[in-house]
Ligand binder design. Structure first.
Ligand code: PMM
Length: 298
């Protein structure tokens, strides 16, 4: 199977001929990486439209920070933050996903025009999530997640991170399918930075093929994450702040696209939009010139 045909398509969403770009709109005052800059609804809508103008194929709207140790916002507040932004962006023709752990938020966002539910708990945080997504016939992102962890558990403990993440995702996907979500609507995500150390995130990125072997399109959300801070740290070990990790994020986008990711989720869209287009052009050139038989290769 070629890299491109192996990228997969998610039923119910547009089809892109390359890795898709999901731009992030966090309507939160406390998200670790964009620190509340998009907190007001009007500003958030404008930001979402700007991301589309810069090349985002989808916009992921979230009203609750999932940062390890972050305090939960109450449901009414999350609804107040998310639903108007989803409604306006969808009305503008934007392909909107909703980033939420709550079934009610997913339900109302879908009613307001969202077309994809992105739940970092893969349906574990709210027992009503899978039934709601199944009833709506919506595509669903199932991320690898080990719970609302505190203390040392936030970093995770693994013998073989790739095997364990693949196994745990497989089990979760089975449960989601048994709950009525159609397999062709399921996206998997390794959950970079969620109960993982930098080396775990890097290993997962090095083995995206093993995640793709689960048979579902793969979403990679590396944007500005801590592991990139570790990779970029200077001799004193100090990581650059989140906002100075966008070039590194775009590098991951190119690598993930080349490795067959279905989509990458990023805060800064412009460089990633370029990265996935370059990856696509390289793939196309490779396909055009690939030796067709062993004889051709000689
Ligand atoms: N990471 C964050 C938020 N939502 N969704 C998916 N599917 N995968 C992720 O890794 C993920 C996510 C982290 O929060 P941020 O938006 O503040 O970067």
């Amino acid at each position: 199977m070629s890299k491109q045909s192996g990228r997969g398509h998610v039923a119910g969403l547009p089809e892109w001929d390359r890795c898709a770009v999901m731009g992030v709109v966090n309507v939160t005052p406390d998200s670790f990486s964009d620190g509340g800059r998009w907190f007001e609804a009007d500003t958030a809508v404008k930001h979402g439209l700007d991301l589309v103008a810069q090349g985002a194929d989808l916009v992921d709207v979230g009203g609750e920070s999932t940062r390890p140790g972050a305090a939960r916002v109450d449901e009414a507040e999350e609804l107040r933050r998310v639903v108007p932004v989803v409604r306006e962006l969808a009305a503008e023709g934007v392909v909107v996903s909703v980033d939420t752990l709550r079934a009610r938020v997913a339900e109302q966002a879908l009613a307001a025009g969202a077309v994809l539910v992105n739940d970092v708990s893969g349906g574990l945080a709210d027992p009503r999530m899978v039934p709601v997504v199944a009833a709506a016939g919506a595509p669903f992102v199932v991320m690898h997640w080990r719970g609302f962890l505190q203390g040392d558990a936030v970093r995770g403990s693994y013998q073989d991170v790739v095997a364990e993440v693949v196994d745990e995702l497989h089990a979760r996907v089975q449960a989601v399918r048994e709950g009525g979500v159609a397999p062709e609507r399921i996206v998997v995500d390794p959950g970079l930075g969620f109960s993982k150390e930098a080396r775990h995130d890097l290993e997962l990125l090095a083995h995206l093929d093993r995640l793709r072997a689960l048979g579902h399109p793969v979403l990679v959300a590396a944007s500005r994450k801590r592991f990139l801070g570790r990779v970029l740290a200077g001799p004193d070990g100090a990581p650059p702040p989140a906002r100075e990790r966008d070039a590194a994020t775009a590098a991951v986008s190119a690598l993930a696209a080349h490795a067959g990711a279905w989509a990458v989720r990023v805060h800064e869209v412009r460089a990633t939009a370029d990265a996935v287009r370059v990856a696509r052009a390289v793939e196309a050139a490779g396909a055009a010139t690939a030796p067709r038989t062993p004889e051709d290769a000689r």
